[in-house]
Write a protein that binds this ligand. Structure first.
Ligand SMILES: Cc1ncc(COP(=O)(O)O)c(C=O)c1O
Length: 248
């Protein structure tokens, strides 16, 4: 929090963007206390928090946590969410809850961008939402994703060589895996050659060098996840100094 406070004091930002729950790519969430402190900071320094909550409903261990927006009594939070993650990948329909003072300007800009979005898919989504079936869908989907998350965690624990660490996401789609040495490019190339894709951490970092891999667990069933991690761990082992492969 001190670092954030310092940044705010130095740069006097107009807004602060964060994915507070099950962050993409890290899988991290911030605590309730942190959310409240951040909101106090926004109020004290008069900036907006742009809260992207796209993963909050994909919560596998506990009910979805409250958003920062739910504490926002003084209109400092712009809340955005998407149906792409919880319903249909690529749907690209979302919603925004705006501070009153931004509404008119936002609507004017929104209209200027593409006039009116995608009327047919928006209507189809609206009628689906009216059926009330989203809740059941989420229950089912979260059960499936929980199994995939668990498979990934188990496989990482079983196969990764010493020194490799990773986050344990309580929701969302990603775990952030850290290598003990900067061998990311070689490992990425070798993985692609073996037919394994992941997103190198570099793609998410503006300033820092990254030794991270973002592993997403949303697409493959548990057995496949386990096998992919086994192969990836062999590749990582081969590229880390002093680690010999135990290929089988
Ligand atoms: C945090 C976050 N917000 C939003 C999106 C994209 O949402 P949409 O498909 O509605 O543009 C993504 C996609 O990866 C995401 O990770």
């Amino acid at each position: 929090m001190n670092q954030v406070r310092q940044c705010v004091e130095t740069y006097q930002p107009k807004f602060f963007l964060l994915v507070s729950e099950f962050n993409n790519p890290t899988g991290y969430s911030i605590s309730l206390t942190y959310k409240q402190k951040l909101l106090q900071l926004a109020e004290a320094h008069d900036f907006y928090i742009l809260e992207d909550d796209a993963y909050a409903l994909l919560s596998y261990d506990e009910p979805p946590p409250p958003s920062i927006k739910s504490f926002d009594r003084h209109e400092h939070v712009i809340y955005v969410n998407s149906f792409s993650k919880i319903l249909l990948p690529g749907l690209r329909i979302g919603y925004v809850i705006l501070p009153l003072q931004l509404r008119e300007q936002f609507l004017a800009n929104r209209r200027a961008i593409d006039a009116c979005g995608q009327p047919l898919t928006e209507r189809a989504l609206a009628s689906y939402l009216r059926t009330g079936r989203l809740k059941d869908h989420l229950k089912r989907a979260n059960g499936v994703y929980r199994q995939r998350r668990d498979a990934l965690m188990q496989a990482l624990a079983d196969y990764m060589p010493p020194g490799v660490t990773w986050t344990h996401p309580a929701g969302g789609f990603s775990s952030w895996v850290k290598l003990p040495e900067d061998k990311l490019i070689e490992i990425y190339q070798a993985s692609l050659e073996a037919g394994i894709g992941f997103t190198p951490g570099k793609g998410f970092c503006v300033y820092e060098k990254s030794r991270h891999l973002r592993l997403s667990f949303s697409m493959q069933p548990p057995g496949e996840i386990r096998e992919i991690v086994r192969l990836l761990a062999l590749i990582i082992r081969e590229h880390l100094t002093g680690q010999t492969s135990h290929a089988s």
